[in-house]
Structures are given as structure tokens and as C-alpha cells.
Design a protein around this ligand. Structure first.
Ligand SMILES: *Cc1c(COP(=O)(O)O)cnc(C)c1O
Length: 349
């Protein structure tokens, strides 16, 4: 009854258990400022009487707000049901069955999972030895394969947290004007490098963004910024009404009041510094520009189990000879619990 490949196919999944500290999904778990919470409740209340209507088919009201926010045109935006949906639309719009996408390894797993689902091939560059990219190697690898239609680069990278230099991404974009370069900037709000210019200046670059990592993972809302031509083609494969009315209203409210979120972003950035400094003498910590820190450690499995025992949920990555634990930064108190346990682990307690 179903496609043969589904017999062995597994979609994205994530282990769950009862925990006191949830640090596995890179959500921003800080409380909303009271005034922002009130504004969101007001807008939800007003939206109730409109729930009988379909939302605007391409989420125009939200696009207009984004255009204001970025000083661009609404034609520069497409809205997705999470940026996950946009990853799917990008692959559907750009790849024939036997084409390839290119990613770094490690990077966000949905690129590969989505490609597989659509019978698109996947090739990658292993960066587990340095966690950095050798730009010549990237260019060589992409040049060798004409069928690579989309290059996905998450920066800051998930799961390392490392942000790739602007100049390197620029060079990749300029080297392959006929291929779509997707800069996945899911953690952009926590990062010092701003890549937006690359999407505005290059015909082949798209910047992917999301509300998920700044406190609104539950509304499922992501967006892409690019020129009209790229955006227009993505709209051709987008299901109608993909972003619900409540999500749009919340996202608009967040954009209008973005300054109220700044504290929550800055707290995470200062927690990142504090946690990194406190853990550095015990662990190898990658230099993160995201809302999480990652530890490279051969004992990752047993550290994970130790934390699990203490009801702390983090995310574990096994990549050949390298193992990594990705720890989402949360409320300072919760970070303290993680800190104490990670140090206790190394002290053999
Ligand atoms: C979390 C994440 C996403 C997914 O975002 P949604 O908008 O929640 O679908 C995309 N890319 C990267 C790199 C991520 O870490």
C-alpha cells in the first residue's frame, strides 16, 4: 500500500522522558515579558471571531510586517509552517528526482531526511575533524557534481553552534551562481555575524529564519528571505493556507514588539559565556554563537546517561569517532543544575 522506501525510512524523532531540565531542543524557555504576554493574549482574543475564515492564502499580513521589520518588500518573503516546511519546499522546487543536495556533516538533519523522502540524493563534507570548513574543499566538492542543485549551510551550525565566516559563505555563493545556496540562520538572533546582505546581493542566495529558537517554537512559523524570483518559485510548490491565522497574529505581534524580546536573547548570550567559562576546565566546549553549547567528549554516552539519571535531558550526537552533547541554554537556575551535574560527573561523583 505504501512506497517501498518507507519500510526502512525513519523520520525525525527525539527521545523524551520526564525531566526537570529540558535542554534538548534549542527552544528559548525564558518567561515572556509580562507586557508582551498581554499583547499576545489580546490579539488571540480578537482573533477568535475570525477563526471561521481561511487565513490569507500566502500569509500576506505577516509578510507585510516582516517587510517593515527588515526594510524590504513583501515579495522578498515566503512563510512556512516552521522553517522545516520551507526546507521541503526548497527541495521540491529546485530538485528533480536524481539531483543532489549538499550539506555539511554534521548539520541540521532535516535536510537529509527531506531529500531522501523526495528521492533526491545527498552528498556532504565531513567537518568532524576541525568543526570548521576548508573553503577550497567545499568548492571542490560542489564543483565535482553538476547535479548538486541546493547547498544547505546552517550557520550558526546545529549541532556545533559555530558560525561560519561571512566571507566564506560569500565565496561559496559567488562560486556557484547557478545553484541555490540556502543559509539557514535559525540561530541568527544569538549570532554576531549578519548574513542578510548575501541574500539581498546575490541572485542565488536564500536566508532561512524561524521564530522557533527565540521563544515561539509552538506557533510553527519560519520564513525565507530572498529575491522575488526565488520566492516566486517557492510559492509555486507551497500548499495554500499553510500558516494558520493564530500563528500569523502572534508572529506579527512579536515583530511589532521585538524590542521586548531582547532581554530574553541577551540573557541567553550571557549565560552562554558563563557556562562556557565554567565548563572549560573540565570539557572541550565548541565556540558557540547559538542558544546552546556543545561538548565534544568520548564519554558522551555515559555523560548523557548520567544526566538522564538526574532528570536532565540534553541531545546526543554520535558521528564516527566523534561524540557530541548539545545542551540548550535555559533559565540561569536550570543552567546551574546542568553545570553542577556536568562538573560532578568529571569529578567522579
Ligand atoms: C531548529 C532548526 C530549524 C527548524 O526550525 P522550525 O522553524 O522549528 O522548523 C531549522 N534549521 C536549523 C538549523 C535548526 O536548528
Amino acid at each position: 500500500m505504501f512506497r517501498a522506501k518507507l519500510a526502512s525510512f525513519s523520520n525525525y524523532s527525539t527521545p523524551v522522558f520526564d525531566c526537570i531540565v529540558k535542554a534538548d531542543s534549542n527552544e528559548n524557555l525564558l518567561d515572556y515579558p509580562k507586557d508582551l504576554e498581554t499583547l499576545i493574549m489580546d490579539v488571540l482574543k480578537k482573533s477568535i471571531k475570525n477563526l471561521c475564515f481561511y487565513p490569507e492564502i500566502n500569509a500576506q499580513p505577516l509578510k507585510e510586517e516582516l517587510a517593515k521589520f527588515y526594510g524590504l518588500e513583501k515579495e522578498n518573503f515566503i512563510i512556512g509552517n516552521g522553517s522545516d516546511q520551507l526546507i521541503q519546499l526548497i527541495i521540491q522546487a529546485a530538485c528533480e528526482k536524481d539531483d543532489f543536495i549538499f550539506t555539511l556533516y554534521p548539520s541540521f538533519t532535516m535536510y537529509k531526511i527531506t531529500a531522501e523522502l523526495f528521492d533526491v540524493n545527498h552528498t556532504f563534507l565531513d567537518i568532524t575533524q576541525s568543526w570548521e570548513i576548508d573553503i577550497q574543499e567545499v568548492i571542490k566538492k560542489i564543483s565535482q557534481n553538476d547535479k548538486i542543485k541546493v547547498v544547505f549551510i546552517d550557520t550558526p551550525n546545529n549541532p556545533t553552534g559555530i558560525a561560519l565566516e561571512y566571507e566564506k559563505i560569500k565565496l561559496i555563493a559567488e562560486s556557484f551562481p547557478e545553484r541555490l545556496i540556502v543559509i539557514d540562520n535559525a540561530y541568527g538572533e544569538y549570532c554576531d555575524i549578519d548574513y542578510l546582505d548575501l541574500a539581498l546581493k546575490n541572485k542565488n542566495v536564500l536566508l532561512l529564519k524561524t521564530f522557533s529558537k527565540i521563544g515561539f517554537a509552538g506557533i510553527r512559523c519560519g520564513y525565507a528571505i530572498a529575491n522575488e524570483k526565488i520566492i516566486g518559485n517557492l510559492h509555486k510548490v507551497k500548499p495554500p493556507y499553510n500558516v494558520n491565522a493564530l500563528t500569523q497574529q502572534i508572529a506579527i505581534t512579536v515583530l511589532k514588539n521585538f524590542n521586548k524580546l531582547k532581554d530574553n536573547i541577551n540573557i541567553i548570550k550571557s549565560e552562554r559565556l558563563r557556562m562556557t567559562r565554567s565548563l572549560q576546565e573540565f570539557y572541550f566546549i565548541l565556540p558557540s554563537q547559538a542558544n546552546f553549547i556543545s561538548i565534544v567528549d568520548e564519554e558522551a554516552d555515559s555523560i548523557f546517561d548520567y544526566l538522564k539519571e538526574k532528570k536532565i535531558l540534553v541531545k546526543k550526537f554520535n558521528m564516527g569517532d566523534k561524540k557530541l552533547l548539545r545542551i540548550t541554554l535555559g533559565k540561569p537556575n536550570d543552567n546551574d543544575i546542568i553545570l553542577e551535574n556536568l562538573i560532578n560527573y568529571k569529578r567522579g561523583k
